[in-house]
Ligand binder design. Structure first.
Ligand code: ADP
Ligand code: AMP
Length: 214
């Protein structure tokens, strides 16, 4: 079954993704992670994405949709996948819908993680990320056991360039303008489970797992 993990930047999508994927035996597809991988590898796509990411803007719809469509055709996605950070605009949702119909696939559920904007600013500006494996931490809420070191792969954890206070504000504005309307588009078409993401990480995790496991 395909699942969309929806919510503003900083809601906790990346933090919760591994548990959902493990519970459902599906791969995690994060468009943000895909762009960061390209950025790290210095590809042309990475250079293009950087010019949007560092301004808190969205990468053009067609570019993102082509990447997702290509990833969804890989064999590990045959039984479903967890889409994290996609779709982020109504045109992306429409293109995904068309692709799913053409390929006899479907999205069974949307997990919508809801968190107030003031909490999001504190979460994003305190977030630290392992650039080697993508694991995320928070300087206060979820610090790595050894300061500055990733608990999973022991690489250095750093602040993402787009987690600076100015870029965070731009990203939240972009979310309000372009991404929040996607929820109203999804609601009549798919089951949407809205979860209060302001609770503790473990509590949010249990509520998500209960929602998807029925
Ligand atoms: P997203 O993938 O939705 O942008 P992340 O999963 O990276 O968000 O979480 C953003 C930041 O908030 C990270 O630093 C993470 O450790 C922290 N965080 C995530 N969920 C919670 C929570 N329930 N309570 C407190 N902090 C959280
Ligand atoms: P994220 O890691 O999900 O916070 O994404 C980081 C950045 O990557 C976003 O601020 C956008 O610039 C870009 N991005 C990720 N997913 C998308 C998407 N579905 N559409 C457009 N841009 C995206």
């Amino acid at each position: 079954m395909g699942v969309i993990l929806f919510g503003p930047p900083g809601a906790g999508k990346g933090t919760q993704a591994a548990a959902i994927c493990e519970a459902m035996s599906i791969p995690h597809i994060s468009t943000g992670d895909i762009f960061r991988k390209h950025l790290k590898e210095g590809t042309e796509l990475g250079q293009l994405a950087k010019s949007y990411i560092n301004k808190g803007q969205l990468v053009p719809d067609q570019v993102v949709c082509d990447i997702v469509a290509s990833r969804l055709t890989e064999p590990d996605c045959a039984a479903g996948s967890l889409l994290d950070g996609f779709p982020r605009t109504v045109p992306q949702a429409e293109m995904l819908n068309t692709w799913l119909t053409q390929n006899q696939r479907s999205v069974g559920a949307v997990i919508n993680i809801q968190v107030d904007f003031d909490i999001l600013v504190a979460r994003l500006s305190g977030r630290r990320t392992c650039l080697a494996c993508g694991a995320t931490y928070h300087i206060d809420n979820n610090p790595p056991p050894i300061a500055g070191r990733c608990d999973k792969c022991e690489s250095e954890v750093v602040q993402r360039d787009d987690d600076s206070v100015e870029t965070v504000r731009a990203r939240l504005d972009t979310y309000a303008k372009d991404t929040a309307p996607v929820l109203a588009w999804l609601e009549p078409r798919t089951v949407v489970h809205t979860i209060d993401g302001s609770q503790a990480i473990q509590t949010v995790r249990s509520k998500i797992l209960s929602a998807i496991q029925g």
